[in-house]
Design a protein around this ligand. Structure first.
Ligand code: A3P
Length: 881
């Protein structure tokens, strides 16, 4: 009998119960698996796997722990002897362009250690002492051979200097074309073998020079280069610093008697052989560890004169919070990872907090998952420090006025208050560094008024490159700190897409660029972006890795303090940086990109008349202004025709203020803007500042007999009813002693100092090439202004050639040349120029002639060196002397 449903049904009904159960479980398992796979892929569509930073596993090397090296006697250190040296290094380089020489200089510079380079020529040899003091506390040779094969005479001088002042020597073994085996190093009981390939470098924990560098780890892998030199000695003066294994098999076979287990690559000479301490490097600075050992050697061999602090401050800014594009932003899990990374980092770096910079306008502009990430950031707001970016991430320099900038800031502040973001950090960062440097004044004003900002940071001052030159300054009471890049930009969101690939990132962390930034700079503000913390969480990987690496290989003490405190620390460390130095924004592409399009760099002078006062500067100014293509500055309400920008408080008003004094030239190549401020000549700040802003400007100065100049100034002060000048004779003023009342000494200085011409000219020539400097004879300007103006036009290369002959005429009643007006009459300078006063008394004249003699001798030397004729007054002063 068959039942309804046919045979298959019967078959189904006949299936035993356990099979059905299993099938159901299987189907269920299969669907769960598919759901899980689906969920995994859906959630991972935007992301690669997140990388976990490596575990820190530092091997702490205990003292005397190394089985290779016996305990050595400690070197003799006579700090008292060394205290008579300047904290500077003398670097003997092979040539001005030699690679290692430049690297040594760059490393010293990065650590703000003073140095002087000298090319080893054999012909000239530098002097080492000055007035019984040593000029250097360390000597460095780029090439050991140059030290070993020095002329005997010079070598004796150097050795004696090192012994007398307890100064040590660092030298690097240069490349050798021959394979040197057991080659004796000069007269020393030291031998070297060259051209080796090495691997796996370790440090000797007993080596006395280790300070910044910490022993204990082994750097695994091949050391860069195939031309390593190793050192060997049985003498107790030699203490190995670093050692490695050879990977040149052929070499090992050739030298059966060599110990294969280690080879010394950096050797310290404790000075027990000839009294001089040295460190020999078996290769250049290409190997990252050598940079640290070099700094330690510098500290040690200079007896701490060229030492570094171990304290390092780091601040990690996360810019662009809420700004990232859909698909690149943080999700809730990323925020959790950020919080837990922060607490891990806090255990390594006391005080560590991430510093988050937000633009409220972009809140909730991701996809649904990312929007929950925005909420997670806000829910954890209390965990972080916060700082404002611009509300809609707009570049501040694009705002022409302060009011609109302020409105944007107020929106961001309102957003912060509504969402529980703290607003009292006192720190802000401008998108793309815009407005910070070059300075956009409305940004500083608005920041102060809306947010009470006290500190910001930029990587643009004075320029992005090279990073070691970045500095800070204070403007309008806002501290601007240098900022470091760490290769993490908005678009660097996957480890494998890191510029140059993953290996490049690892290299940067493990001894490379990022790691070296920690070594070289005491205050590091790192710039990262929101997108670096989502996606692959590249930034978390990078920072955790590098900090662990720093702690394994160095004794640096890393700290994080809030930005305002960091600012104060920075300027405590570098007080000399407080005052900014302005530059031409159009001389740097990145600067001109963040420079308002409503501003122009054409409103800057092409030449400066720098004085000194009372030499005829007003006459020159007036005559120059007669030229159709020479445009002077607009007068100042306080200092009349002089702007006096570079020498005083006006400088801190910035270049926008300065440029307001100049017209916009209708033809910037034909027309020449200029200004005359006679106070520039003898102010030591001015040449540096002027050169920073106007590097191509020409500089015009006028000289007359300094004694006459001093007397003219004295008469000037009397005419202005200066009580001191009225109450004291000129003789009394110029002969005033150090015991005289302050006001008298001040007048004396204003009379006498500018006349030390050679001193001031040298100062200008330290910044400007001689070809940009014109030195005019003030007597000739007075008696023959036409030829002086001819000379000046020629020097300036201004066109057309203006015929001063028909535009200047001697005015007998004035007693000077004056301008001929269209109506044929003359227009002379005012009563204060070309005053009538009695001639100088002869004893004063004699006194001043003697007083200025050494300065005049120097001036004649300088003018001769510059190929210039000596003015008559100078010839007369020097005649018969
Ligand atoms: P005295 O007033 O002592 O004679 P400055 O403009 O740099 O302050 O210099 C003033 C000096 O310029 C005057 O000093 C005067 O001697 C000199 N001078 C040169 N040419 C002149 C001119 N054409 N008219 C007026 N003074 C002139």
């Amino acid at each position: 009998m068959t039942t309804r449903g046919g045979p298959s049904m019967k078959w189904a009904l006949r299936i035993p119960q356990p099979y059905i159960k299993r099938a159901i479980i299987l189907a269920l398992g299969f669907s769960l698996l598919s759901i899980w796979i689906l969920a995994y892929y859906v959630s991972q569509t935007k992301q690669n796997p997140r990388w976990e930073p490596p575990q820190a596993n530092c091997k702490l090397a205990g003292s005397k722990a190394n089985p290779f090296f016996p305990v050595r006697p400690q070197p003799m250190r006579d700090v008292a002897k060394n205290s008579r040296t300047q904290p500077a290094a003398l670097v003997f380089v092979e040539s001005a362009y030699s690679k290692l020489g430049q690297e040594i200089a760059a490393l010293l510079e990065a650590n703000r250690l003073k140095y002087k380079t000298e090319i080893v020529s054999g012909k000239s040899f530098p002097s080492f002492t000055e007035l019984g003091h040593g000029k250097y506390s360390l000597v460095i040779f780029e090439n050991l051979n140059k030290y070993l094969h020095m002329d005997k005479w010079n070598r004796d001088i150097l050795d004696r200097y090192c012994l007398e002042f307890n100064v040590g020597i660092i030298s690097f073994v240069g490349k050798s074309e021959d394979n040197l085996l057991n080659k004796k190093v000069g007269d020393f009981p030291l031998y070297m073998h060259s051209n080796l390939r090495l691997k796996d470098c370790s440090l000797n924990p007993d080596c006395p020079l280790l300070y910044l560098t910490r022993a204990g780890e082994t750097w695994r892998g091949n050391l860069p280069g195939e031309d390593w030199t190793i050192f060997q000695s049985n003498h107790t003066t030699y203490e190995p610093v670093a050692y490695a294994k050879t990977s040149s098999l052929e070499y090992v076979h050739m030298n059966e008697n060599l110990d294969r287990s280690y080879h010394v690559t950096v050797m310290q000479d404790l000075g027990l052989y000839d009294g001089i301490q040295r460190v020999f490097f078996g290769n250049d600075l290409n190997f990252w560890l050598h940079r640290l050992l070099f700094l330690d050697s510098a500290t040690y061999l200079s007896q701490g004169k060229l030492s570094l602090s171990l304290e390092r401050f780091i601040l990690v800014d996360i810019d662009d919070i809420f700004v990232g594009k859909v698909g690149t932003r943080m999700q809730t899990s990323d925020v959790k990872a950020l919080v837990s990374a922060q607490s891990r980092l806090g255990s390594l770096v006391p005080g560590f907090r991430f510093n988050l910079g937000f633009s409220g306008y972009f809140y909730y502009s991701g996809d649904d998952i990312e929007d929950t990430g925005d909420d997670a950031l806000l829910a954890n707001a209390h965990e972080f420090w916060w700082f404002p970016h611009m509300w809609a991430h707009t570049q501040p320099h694009t705002f022409t006025n302060e009011t609109s900038l302020r409105e944007q800031m107020i929106l961001n502040k309102r957003f912060a208050k509504e969402h529980g973001i703290p607003t009292d950090g006192g720190y802000a960062v401008a998108p793309h560094h815009s407005g910070v440097y070059p300075v956009h004044v409305p940004l500083y004003e608005a920041w102060r008024k809306v947010w009470g900002i006290k500190v910001t940071s930029t990587e643009e001052y004075p320029h992005l490159r090279p990073p070691r030159h970045r500095r800070g300054f204070i403007y309008k009471n806002i501290m601007v700190l240098p900022r470091q890049t760490c290769g993490l930009f908005t678009h660097t969101i996957f480890i494998d897409k890191y510029p140059g690939g993953r290996s490049r990132l690892e290299e940067s962390i493990h001894g490379g660029e990022l790691f070296q930034t920690f070594i070289n700079s005491r205050v590091n503000i790192f710039m990262t972006h929101l997108s670096n913390y989502g996606n692959d969480r590249l930034a978390l990987y990078t920072f955790e890795s590098v900090i662990k690496f720093v702690q394994c290989w160095t004794n640096l003490q890393l700290k994080t303090v809030p930005p305002m405190e960091l600012g104060r620390k920075y300027f405590d460390l570098y007080p000399e940086e407080v005052n900014p130095v302005w530059q031409n924004p159009c001389d740097d592409k990145r600067h001109s990109a963040i420079w308002s399009k409503y501003k122009t760099c054409d409103r800057l002078p092409r030449f400066l008349v720098i004085g000194p006062q009372k030499t005829g500067t007003t006459a020159l100014y007036a005559f120059l202004s007669m030229h159709p293509n020479i445009l002077s500055n607009f007068p100042s309400s306080k200092t009349f025709e002089e702007v006096q920008f570079f020498n005083g408080a006006n400088y801190y008003r910035g270049i926008d203020w300065y440029m307001e004094f100049f017209p916009t030239p209708s033809n910037s190549s034909l027309q020449y803007l200029f200004e005359k401020s006679a106070t520039y000549f003898d102010n030591e700040l001015v040449p540096k500042r002027a050169h920073a802003l106007l590097p191509r400007a020409k500089i015009v100065t006028i000289l007359i007999n300094p004694a006459r100049r001093a007397y003219s100034w004295y008469q000037h002060m009397r005419a202005h009813e200066d009580a001191v000048a009225l109450n004291h004779s000129f003789y009394k003023v110029v002969t005033a002693t150090d015991e005289a009342p302050r006001s008298l000494r001040e007048l004396k200085n204003r009379c006498l100092n500018p006349g030390k011409y050679a001193v001031h000219l040298e100062m200008w020539l330290n910044h400007y090439p001689a070809s940009q400097l014109l030195i005019l004879d003030g007597d000739q300007l007075r008696t023959d202004p036409v030829s002086t103006m001819w000379k000046t036009q020629k020097f300036l290369k201004v066109k057309p050639h203006f015929d001063y002959d028909s535009h200047l005429r001697y005015d007998p009643s004035k007693g000077f040349y004056c301008q001929v007006m269209p109506n044929g009459k003359t227009k002379c300078l005012g009563r204060s120029k070309g005053r009538h006063y009695p001639p100088m008394e002869s004893d004063t004249e004699k006194f001043l002639s003697n007083y200025y003699l050494p300065y005049n001798v120097e001036l004649s030397k300088l003018l001769t060196k510059l190929g210039q004729q000596l003015p008559d007054w100078l010839r007369e002063e020097l005649r018969g002397r």
